[in-house]
Design a binder for this molecule. Structure first.
Ligand code: ZN
Length: 75
């Protein structure tokens, strides 16, 4: 899962659009927050799902990273 996340291979809607699996107008986040669903959005900026990443970081005991990309958080 981590490899797929860091290589942008998760079946997020942006990837499904890129592979013509769903139409472009279906690219928005499933929560209805209005942003396109990307891995960065889901883990870092979505008002509904991003807080889960904060809880996971706390649970495994790693400090938050400064950065806008998931790769920054894993570095
Ligand atoms: Zn969202």
């Amino acid at each position: 899962m981590i490899w797929r996340l860091l290589h942008n291979r998760l079946p997020t809607k942006d990837n499904l659009v890129a592979h013509n699996i769903i139409p472009l107008d279906a690219r928005f986040c499933v929560t209805g927050c209005g942003e396109p669903e990307t891995a960065n959005h889901l883990f870092l900026s979505c008002p509904f799902f991003a807080p889960l990443w904060t809880l996971v970081r706390s649970w495994i005991g790693i400090a938050p990273a400064v950065g806008e990309l998931l790769q920054d958080h894993f570095a």
